[in-house]
Design a protein around this ligand. Structure first.
Ligand code: NAD
Length: 474
């Protein structure tokens, strides 16, 4: 798989860049391809194409734009197998999960976004003012590797429905989703320039965010890069939306069922080997129930069979790269050396000899100020903390710079009241499933702006109020 073509102005054009990223299969460590990085000239050509397509795309009737967006979903359906194989090899997620979570769910989101647009863009009247939503313009979309098609979809489907045109710079570590999407866009015959894709690394992204013809930057990725992007966009007074990291907490109230909580905590934290921005990575349990939770969590983690993502019996695959594995292991080594209760896993636990594996790891009685309780590890590591009162649980849960997601378990009324005290963009009560139509995004260091459903489309619009003199009543 060699990604040496960009999709610009409706055509695949040969890449002119000289630098590249070599891609490795995260389970076999074999080189499986490379991505040639887009240059500033290629970024410029993509932005120019998006700019010249913008007026035409924005003026299309909403139903026509919706028909194009649904057609993209239909064409993606034709590429499901290739998407599954590529995303699984790149990210390390087991194939059986990839199909449902990484491929079918985002394809459904293309259709759901088309359905939500009329409500998101509905015009309103306030006294004598007519309020309408107009597209921001040309959007730079920059995405990470962990749920590549999902993250691209959250930006592109919404921006297109809002009437924006887009230049996408996908992650250099997971290019398959963008490649297949480019094919689907070509097959769905979208107007030239509505979507442009420039493959590349941070330097390619840097040229894109700084381009004067870009009106808005929509970024998903790490908090450190997000901070930099916000400052560049801020200097140029561009709109910016940031979906960043998290350190999400789950609070188990005393009446919660420990077996159910433990099962959910382990499956949430270890999904995609912990490489999930809204993973619950801190579990807060009542002090007097710690030992019971310890046993149940250990048993649940023991069922996380590590292995090749293509193997049917695998529950947890490797991490995305050797660099990322080493970073996660350094967190584990520090925590293991600091006398915390290592319930299972850890830096020296056995893992398959080949592949970027880290054993599912649980640390117990973690002090709220410990690094693994404060920083995003982005690996299969759950920190179990204890609390003595509900007030203390709220204080610990909110004692973070992040605020992406949270969970509460217990009697529904009490759980709801606690949920309302948590500073997070999404709070699940008693294991409620993910709702792709609900606004998704964070407080504080988890970013700014929302994706998903009507709120995600509105993010790509400006408000315009048009006033005519009020009609005088006789
Ligand atoms: P990253 O920040 O390293 O990279 C993300 C993207 O930004 C990539 O495409 C990369 O090439 C690009 N990039 C890097 N430097 C850049 C620069 N200076 N200018 C422009 N673009 C640049 O993140 P990652 O390692 O790919 O992803 C993991 C991170 O993403 C985690 O922190 C995770 O929490 C976060 N994330 C957040 C969400 C969310 O919705 N909140 C979802 C998924 C991942």
């Amino acid at each position: 798989m060699i990604y040496r073509q960009h999709f610009i102005d409706g055509a695949w054009t040969d890449a002119k860049g000289w630098s590249e990223t070599v891609l490795h299969d995260s389970a076999t460590e074999q080189a499986i391809g490379k991505v040639v990085h887009g240059t500033s000239n290629e970024v410029g050509a993509a932005v120019a194409a998006a700019r010249s397509a913008h007026a035409g795309w924005a003026q299309l009737p909403l139903e026509t734009r919706a028909a194009y967006v649904r057609a993209v979903a239909d064409r993606l359906d034709d590429h499901v197998d290739a998407l599954c194989a590529g995303i699984s090899a790149e990210t390390g997620m087991p194939m059986k999960l990839v199909r449902r979570i990484q491929v079918q769910a985002p394809i459904a989101a293309w259709r759901a976004t088309a359905d939500a647009a009329a409500q998101a863009l509905a015009e309103t009247q306030i006294a004598h003012s007519h309020i309408e939503r107009v597209p921001v313009g040309v959007v730079a979309a920059i995405t990470p590797w962990n749920y590549p098609l999902h993250q691209i979809t959250g930006k592109l489907a919404a921006a297109l429905m809002a009437g924006c045109t887009v230049v996408l710079k996908p992650s250099e570590l997971a290019p398959t989703a963008a490649q297949m999407l480019g094919k689907a866009i070509e097959e769905a015959a979208l107007p030239r320039g509505a979507v442009n894709i420039v493959f590349g690394d941070g330097a390619t992204g840097e040229s894109l965010i700084a381009h004067p013809q870009v009106d808005m930057v929509s970024f998903t990725g790490s908090t450190s890069v997000g901070r930099h992007i916000a400052s560049v966009a801020g200097q140029a007074l561009k709109r910016v939306a940031l979906e960043l990291g998290g350190k999400s907490a789950s609070v188990a109230l005393p009446e919660a069922d420990p077996a159910l909580v433990a099962r959910h905590a382990v499956s949430s934290c270890f999904l995609n080997s912990g490489q999930t921005c809204n993973a619950i990575t801190r579990l807060l349990v009542p002090e007097d129930q710690y030992e019971r939770y310890r046993d149940l969590l250990k048993a649940a983690a023991g069922k996380m069979a590590l292995g090749d993502p293509r193997d049917e019996s695998t529950r947890m695959g490797p991490l995305v790269s050797s660099e990322h594995r080493d970073r996660v292991l350094s967190f584990l080594a520090e925590a293991a050396g600091s006398g915390m209760d290592l319930i299972t896993g850890g830096p020296d636990a056995p893992v398959p000899a080949t592949g970027y594996f880290v054993a599912p790891t649980l640390f117990g009685r973690v002090p709220p100020q410990a690094r693994i309780a404060k920083e995003e590890v982005f690996g299969p590591v759950l920190a179990v903390l204890t609390y003595a009162s509900e007030d203390e649980a709220v204080r610990i849960a909110n004692d973070t710079n992040y605020g992406l997601a949270a969970a509460v378990w217990g009697e529904e009324g009490r759980a709801l009241s606690l949920a309302r005290q948590l500073r997070a963009g999404q709070v699940d009560i008693n294991g409620a499933p993910f709702n792709p139509l609900a606004p998704f995004g964070g407080f504080g260091a988890s970013g700014t702006g929302r994706e998903g459903g009507v709120h995600g489309i509105a993010e790509f619009t400006e408000l315009r109020a048009i006033q005519a003199p009020p009609t005088l009543k006789s």
